[in-house]
Design a protein around this ligand. Structure first.
Ligand code: CP
Ligand code: NVA
Length: 305
C-alpha cells in the first residue's frame, strides 16, 4: 500500500471521512466497554513536539497504547532537531525506527519536508497553518450530538488561525458552510488556508451576523502559539470578538459551542458559555483520542471492515 500522510484536512476524501467517523464510533464503543482492540500490536508512534501540548500528546500516547502499540515522546529541546539537524535527516532516521510519526511544529513546510523524507505515514499534530486532527474530532463530536454536518452552518468568531483554516477546508470537503467573523486586519487568507474556492465560507465584519442561525458556534485563543509577541496588540483588537451568552442567543436554540482548548475564559469566550449547557468541549477533547485511533489504524492498515 502506498504511504498515506495526513498533513491537512483535504488530504482525505469525503468517503474516507465517512469511513473514519463510523470507525471512530466503533472504536469508542469498544473503549467504553473495556474491550481490547490491538490492531497496532508492536507498532511504534514517534511524537515530535516543537510546541506545547496537553491534549494532543495525551490523546496520541494513550490512543496508541490502547491500539496495542507504543508511543515515544520527543521535543525540540532534547533532540538534535533543536541543534539544527535537518528535518529531512530526522525523517530518514525516525522512519526507520517507527511505523508512524506525528509532529507539532511551526510552518506547514516543515511537516511537508518531514513527510517527503519519511518511509512511514506522517500526521500533522498542529502547525501555524492547520490542525486537521482537531477538526476531524470536532466534526465527529458534532455528528454524535446533532447528526450529519452536511448543509449545516458553523460560525467561527475570532482569529483566522490554524483551527479556523482547517474548518474552512473541512467545509469544502464535507459540504457545509462556515461563517467567519474576525477583527479588521485578521481576515481569512484563502490561499494560506489552502482553499479551492468552492464558496463554502462567508466573511462577516460583525460577529452577530456571523452567528445568526448557526448550528455550531466556535472560537479559539486570540494569540496562537508562536505569535506571543503580538499578544498585547491582539487583546485590544479582539476585545469585541468574545463568544458570550448574548452572542450565543443569535445561533439556533439547539446550537452547540466548541473550543479546541486551551481556553481563556473572559477573553475569546465567557465562563457562562464554555461551562454552560450548549458547550460540548469535554466530549470534543475526549474525541481527539477516539478519532486519532481510527486515523492511525487507517493510515497503517487501510479499511479493516
Ligand atoms: N486542542 C489541542 O490541540 O490541545 P493541546 O494544545 O493541549 O494539544
Ligand atoms: N490556535 C491554537 C490552537 C491550540 C491547540 C494555537 O495554535 O496555539
Amino acid at each position: 500500500m502506498a504511504i498515506k500522510h495526513y498533513l491537512q484536512f483535504k488530504d482525505l476524501t469525503r468517503e474516507e471521512y465517512d469511513y473514519l467517523f463510523e470507525r471512530t464510533r466503533i472504536i469508542k464503543d469498544k473503549f467504553k466497554r473495556y474491550e481490547t482492540h490491538h490492531p497496532l500490536h508492536d507498532r511504534t508512534l514517534i511524537m515530535i513536539f516543537e510546541k506545547a501540548s496537553t491534549r494532543t500528546r495525551l490523546s496520541f500516547e494513550a490512543g496508541m497504547q490502547q491500539l496495542g502499540g507504543s508511543a515515544i515522546y520527543l521535543n525540540t529541546r532534547d533532540t538534535q532537531l533543536g541543534r539544527g539537524e535537518p528535518v529531512e535527516d530526522s525523517g530518514q532516521v525516525m522512519s526507520r525506527m517507527s511505523d508512524l510519526i506525528m509532529i507539532r511544529t511551526f510552518e506547514q513546510t516543515i511537516v511537508e519536508r518531514l513527510a517527503k523524507s519519511s518511509r512511514v505515514p506522517v500526521i500533522n499534530g498542529l502547525t501555524n497553518e492547520y490542525h486537521p486532527c482537531q477538526i476531524m474530532a470536532d466534526i465527529y463530536t458534532f455528528i454524535e450530538h446533532r447528526g450529519p454536518i452536511q448543509g449545516k452552518t458553523v460560525a467561527w468568531v475570532g482569529d483566522s488561525n490554524n483551527v479556523c483554516n482547517t474548518w474552512l477546508q473541512a467545509a469544502e470537503v464535507l459540504d457545509f458552510t462556515v461563517h467567519v467573523s474576525t477583527p479588521p486586519g485578521y481576515e481569512v487568507e484563502p490561499e494560506r488556508a489552502g482553499l479551492l474556492g468552492t464558496g463554502h465560507f462567508k466573511q462577516f465584519a460583525d460577529p452577530v451576523e456571523a452567528v445568526k442561525g448557526a448550528d455550531l458556534v466556535t472560537t479559539d485563543v486570540w494569540t496562537s502559539m508562536g505569535f506571543e509577541a503580538e499578544n498585547e496588540q491582539r487583546i485590544k483588537a479582539f476585545a469585541d470578538w468574545c463568544v458570550d451568552a448574548e452572542l450565543m442567543r443569535e445561533a439556533k436554540p439547539e446550537a452547540v459551542f466548541m473550543h479546541c482548548l486551551p481556553a481563556h475564559r473572559g477573553e475569546e469566550v465567557t465562563a457562562e458559555v464554555i461551562d454552560g449547557s450548549q458547550s460540548v468541549v469535554w466530549d470534543e477533547a475526549e474525541n481527539r483520542m477516539h478519532a486519532q485511533k481510527a486515523l492511525m489504524e487507517y493510515l497503517l492498515l487501510g479499511r479493516v471492515e
